[in-house]
Design a protein around this ligand. Structure first.
Ligand code: PLP
Length: 402
């Protein structure tokens, strides 16, 4: 059984199950639920109203915005709440490209971005803009030099994720921002996966736009934010009453924003120590997988990777069968990104790493989080070892053939 720090968290997660899919989403902290609760009831006001109800809601909104802005080294006026990471990515790409048409119509991104970026880029191509999708190396990294070489006179924006959600590879954003600054091009980075694990500071990263999502940091789903550096022109994607300084219309989801703020407040207190703890557990899993299971391959960068990400391919094992068997044993993991779960399409990230098909089909992502304990890891390793052996036997896989 997963031993959590509080009984309530144990109940939230369900008994006798081990959750290793924190990159997909995280359980809400009880403190977060408690912080949100009044805003469903007594303090239900619309933050745009001038009466006391409205002003209470507005104060809560401002407080959450201040917490998040302080935590990333931004000014509060630079944080725009959105309905999540997906909307933040859409607003960054579509909003910046639409607002800067006088400067050009070319966008640069990478082949391993989240679909929220890739599909926004495709949409921009549909309406006549140009997009370059940079390839990555075998570890999933793109270099600052590649970015420099791809910049053209009409390039407006570069969008490179801080770390990849499937394989955990961290990108050299600081080096990339040195290039974009020198060339006078804007830089967006999707920090949805890193915000919960690594310091995200707007000036250190040197980014002009940063996407965040609450449900990856133990906050509620359906809320996120886009950091937009003061002075960056952006065209709204949602049109209406002009909320969020006219950057994102729609009555604000006050309970969710309060929950996001509270989750961020807790995060800033525990992130450093948690990341250290998870790095140790991550490296233990890596060591044990490689020691116990033959014919495995680590996906992603060996060192420049998220503290909580383990991604391996198990040659000769069908990834979907592995996932189902783990689930039957009470272990929740992922074969790729949850956002494309249910789809049997091979992962575009693993394809971009140029992996052979048998590695792509046998990939498993374990992502760790605040309730992961060493005892869970021992259990998972045992189940994993036995399951791989059984599935390989069943598949009659001749390992010498791969
Ligand atoms: N970007 C990355 C890197 C993600 O991992 C995700 C979610 O998995 C998103 C964006 C989308 O965020 P949300 O689920 O808040 O829309």
């Amino acid at each position: 059984m997963t031993v959590g720090p509080s009984a309530r968290e144990g109940i939230i997660l369900g008994m006798n199950r081990i959750y290793l899919d924190y990159a997909a989403t995280t359980p809400m902290r009880p403190e977060v639920v408690d912080a949100m609760e009044p805003f469903f009831n007594d303090s239900f006001g619309n933050p745009s109203s001038i009466h006391t109800y409205g002003q209470q809601a507005k104060a809560a909104l401002d407080n959450a915005r201040d917490i998040i802005a302080n935590g990333i080294g931004a000014d509060s006026s630079e944080v725009t709440f959105t309905s999540g990471g997906t909307e933040a990515d859409n607003l960054a790409l579509i909003g910046v490209m639409m607002a800067n048409r006088d400067k050009g119509n070319h966008l640069i991104t990478t082949q391993i971005e989240h679909d929220a970026i890739l599909n926004s880029a495709k949409f921009l191509e549909l309406i006549g803009m140009r997009a370059t999708y940079l390839p990555v190396d075998k570890y999933g990294q793109v270099s600052a030099q590649q970015v420099a070489e791809a910049i053209e006179p009409d390039t407006v924006l570069v969008s490179v994720m801080h770390a990849n959600n499937e394989v955990g590879t961290i990108q050299p954003i600081e080096a990339i921002s040195a290039v974009t600054k020198e060339k006078g091009v804007l830089l967006h980075t999707d920090c949805v996966q890193t915000f919960g694990q690594l310091p995200v500071n707007v000036d250190r990263l040197g980014a002009d736009l940063i996407s965040l999502s609450s449900h990856k940091i133990y906050g509620p789903k359906g809320i996120g934010a886009l950091y937009i550096r003061n002075g960056v022109s952006i065209q709204p994607v949602l049109h209406g009453g002009g909320q969020e300084r006219a950057k994102r219309s729609g009555t604000e989801n006050v309970p969710a924003i309060v929950g996001f703020g509270e989750a961020a407040r807790i995060l800033f207190n525990v992130r450093e120590s948690e990341s250290k703890r998870l790095t140790t557990l991550r490296d233990l899993i890596r060591f044990e997988i490689e020691r116990r299971i033959p014919n495995v391959k680590l996906n992603g960068h060996p060192t420049d990777r998220l503290p909580n990400n383990v991604n391996y391919s198990f040659a000769g094992v069908e990834g979907q069968a592995l996932l189902l068997n783990l689930d039957l044993a009470g272990i929740a993991a992922s074969s790729g990104s949850a956002c494309s779960a249910g789809s049997v399409e091979p992962s575009h990230v693993l394809k971009a790493l140029n992996l052979p098909d048998f590695y792509i089909r046998s990939a498993l992502r374990l992502s760790l989080g605040r309730l992961t304990r060493e005892a869970d890891i021992s259990e998972v390793l045992e189940v994993l070892e036995k399951t791989c052996e059984r599935l390989r036997l069943l598949a009659g896989s001749s390992l010498s053939a791969v």
